[in-house]
Design a protein around this ligand. Structure first.
Ligand code: AMP
Length: 397
């Protein structure tokens, strides 16, 4: 069953309840680090406000607060949205209750009201029906545009849909599902996935699944040391997950049997301490001395990876190549971002995703640096892994 779109819907005189993903990355002081998710929600919000007398009620989560915690208030996000959108955005200090309901009724035509963090209530993640019903009182029609939450079964994206006659998909949700689905289809001649990040155990399902869908799997980040160890390499003090060695061996032999390539880095930037301004060394992947941490991919690896990426027709990228948060180990990730930009300019298909990664390389990629930049980290992984997208299913039923 097709999910109804907001494209042709008549929002006139309606209070439109929109579940957005305003879960923006924050620094340790609670300052917003990246506003990509706000910017990407604007086409949906603008579309709704085109119709005479429509009003928007926004609901979202931010972070993982345990109960009410001012550090995770969405009030700062309301101010940031105002700056970006150049439009007044009011804020309500709760998402349920009498005041919240009254303010939804009092909102004037073309008004926009952002409600406080859904996760201040534990009922949100429990998909509690009473909480969902309370939220539903805020609107006459429901729009889900929170792709980043679509793999979760929460009150604000699943439970809530029972209480509306019309449940619609916003443009961002539609676009994300379409773009990731497209990248996984067999229509591209030569497909490559570039996967980095910290742990093999987090990504083993993703790697298995991708190996069936692409021709070449290129690996960077913290997981490569478990691959090296599994084939007899010395990894020094690098990240090693002994419990994943068996799975890694299975993956390597599956690749061999099916004629797929798994490309690992050949050289590694190491250090004895994980900090800024530390001395770094260049070592072969398979021979990292004791006491040294492997923290980024080296020069030879960059050109090896570049050769493969330039030959591919479509590239899916998830996860950084090294510990990019610390500058001596950010080069591999930044280099890959430049490369993705280059192949995209030459008309190749590129899909880039992962919350942290986008915050790190968003400024390098800019707007046109990838064919599709996904706003959902976990959601993109879940979709590729073939897990259920509960939020999307709920809109269908
Ligand atoms: P993920 O969320 O799995 O994509 O992992 C992102 C994290 O992986 C980032 O915080 C990186 O610092 C970390 N990471 C990347 N490469 C390494 C490495 N060689 N050793 C340890 N952590 C790494």
């Amino acid at each position: 069953m097709l999910i109804p779109s907001i494209r042709d819907y008549d929002f006139s005189q309606k209070r439109v309840l929109v579940r957005v993903d305003f879960n923006l990355p924050l620094d340790s002081k609670g300052e917003i680090l990246d506003s990509t998710r706000l910017i990407r929600s604007l086409p949906t919000l603008d579309r709704i406000l085109e119709d005479e007398g429509s009003r928007i009620l926004l609901i979202s989560h931010l972070g993982r607060p345990k109960g009410i915690d001012p550090k995770y208030s969405l009030e700062g996000v309301a101010r940031r949205l105002e700056e970006i959108w150049k439009r007044r955005v009011s804020f309500c200090s709760s998402c349920i209750g009498t005041e919240a309901h009254q303010r939804s009724l009092d909102l004037p035509a073309k008004g926009v009201l952002l409600m406080e963090n859904l996760r201040f209530h534990e009922d949100e993640t429990k998909n509690e029906s009473g909480f969902a019903k309370e939220l539903a009182r805020l609107g006459d029609v429901f729009v889900d545009d929170a792709f980043g939450n679509a793999h979760r079964k929460h009150a604000s994206n699943v439970g809530i849909t029972k209480f509306f006659q019309d449940n619609l998909a916003g443009y961002l949700l539609e676009e994300e599902m379409k773009a990731i689905g497209h990248a996984l289809k067999n229509s591209h001649a030569k497909k490559l996935a570039l996967v980095g990040g910290a742990k093999v155990s987090d990504k083993i399902l993703l790697l298995q699944r991708l190996l069936d869908r692409v021709d070449t799997l290129v690996l960077g980040g913290g997981m490569v040391y478990t691959f090296s160890y599994a084939t007899g390499g010395r990894v020094g003090s690098s990240l090693l997950e002994r419990e994943s060695v068996g799975l890694v061996r299975d993956l390597l032999s599956h690749a061999q049997k099916t004629g797929k390539e798994i490309i690992l880095p050949v050289d590694i930037v190491t250090a004895r301490e994980i900090r800024e301004n530390t001395d770094t060394f260049l070592r072969p992947l398979y021979d990292i001395p004791d006491g040294e941490y492997g923290l980024d991919i080296g020069e030879k690896s960059l050109s090896r990876f570049a050769d493969h990426i330039r030959q591919a027709r479509a590239v899916i990228w998830n996860g950084p190549m090294g510990m990019f948060e610390i500058s001596p180990f950010s080069r591999g990730t930044r280099y890959m971002a430049e490369l993705i930009k280059e192949i995209t300019r030459r008309g190749r298909y590129s899909l880039v995703g992962g919350g942290d990664l986008i915050a790190a390389i968003g400024s390098i990629l800019g707007k046109a640096g990838a064919t599709h930049i996904s706003t959902g980290g976990g959601a993109m992984l879940a979709f590729i892994e073939g897990k259920p997208m509960y939020g999307v299913e709920a809109l269908r039923s």
